[in-house]
Design a binder for this molecule. Structure first.
Ligand code: FAD
Length: 286
């Protein structure tokens, strides 16, 4: 088992970073998971007029301000996706592609994923549908695997699976040069439905059908209730109370993932509330 953190923060958008600075100021040992841009929503904002103190700032400029801030406080972000969070009683174990991390408290600041699940995706989850191709690759030795990739990182996973599976189809959901090994077939089409009997058998796309034993859907984020088994969801958002506590003791949530309005200052405020409550719980235990 690796070292244990006080607080693991999942998400590097405004909510996660606000949680991080507040926990760090209170001397907690934290770890933050996210992506290089911090938040794709942040860098896409053309002009922001409702962030106090920064009238008319662009999303990229605000991202740079956030970066300076966290660097000054020696906060690092691990550019990795968390695939699962398991409550182990007194602590949580977070599963990445190749590693695990343990933390006493977890703050979910994962934002809102607007893409709806594919037809059949939830039904076949664990029966041929998965979200981490490298984790499950050994199950697909000499089988046919289809990977629906929403970002460039998915290419690496496809190449890895290509070494064990008999056939890999790669369905890119973005436009780019694809860094895909020659033995992998690129299918430029729109996935519509995953079908099968007991297990996955076919992926139906707009223009064609692929017979496949497994479908991996690789996005930047994982639906919250898939990320944390047993997490209560209400109206499509993580259910929290005013302390930003979820139904799972020790697990907090903040930002867009807890509900509307989807706004920076609401995300930042909730990030702070969740961190301060997590810190209080940790301190009262000592
Ligand atoms: P996000 O910013 O979405 O960040 C979540 C982060 O978590 C992402 O980096 C994601 O990759 C990461 N993540 C998710 N799951 C995992 C996982 N399993 N493992 C590791 N990392 C994970 N709001 C305003 O107030 N004013 C504006 O002017 C404004 N303009 C906008 C313009 C555009 C074009 C868009 C798209 C949004 C705009 N918004 C605006 C809304 C604002 O961007 C969001 O409310 C805000 O980014 C929410 O912050 P968040 O931290 O909750 O989530």
């Amino acid at each position: 088992m690796g070292e244990k953190y006080d607080i693991a923060i999942i998400g590097s958008g405004p909510a996660g970073l606000s949680a991080a600075i507040n926990a760090k100021i209170r001397n907690k040992k934290i770890i933050v998971f996210g992506n290089k841009n911090f938040s794709n929503k942040l860098i896409k904002a053309p002009k922001i007029n409702n962030y106090l103190g920064f009238y008319n700032i662009t999303g990229v400029e605000l991202k740079e301000k956030f970066e300076q801030h966290i660097k000054s406080m020696n906060i690092d972000i691990k550019y990795e996706k968390v695939n699962n969070v398991y409550a182990m009683g007194e602590y949580f174990t977070l599963m990445m592609k190749n590693e695990t991390y343990d933390a006493k408290k977890v703050i979910l600041a994962t934002g809102m994923e607007f893409t709806k699940p594919l037809r059949g995706e939830e039904e076949f989850l664990g029966r041929g549908v998965g979200y981490c191709a490298t984790c499950d690759a050994p199950l697909y030795r000499n089988k046919v695997v289809t990977i629906i990739g929403h970002n460039k990182e998915a290419e690496e996973e496809a190449n890895f699976v290509g070494e064990v599976a008999s056939k890999v189809y790669y369905v890119p959901m973005y436009k780019s040069e694809y860094n895909i090994n020659k033995n992998i077939e690129i299918v430029k089409d729109m996935p519509v439905e995953i079908n099968g009997k007991m297990k996955v058998q076919t992926l139906i796309l707009k223009d064609k059908k692929i017979d496949t034993d497994g479908v991996f859907i690789l996005k930047d984020s994982v639906a919250p209730n898939q990320l944390v088994p047993g997490l209560e969801i209400e109206d499509g958002h993580i259910k929290v109370n005013r302390k930003m506590e979820t139904n799972i003791p020790g697990c907090y949530a903040c930002g867009d993932c807890t509900g509307k309005p989807y706004q920076y200052m609401k995300a930042v405020g909730e990030g702070q509330v969740s961190a301060l409550n997590a810190v209080n719980k940790l301190d009262n235990k000592m």
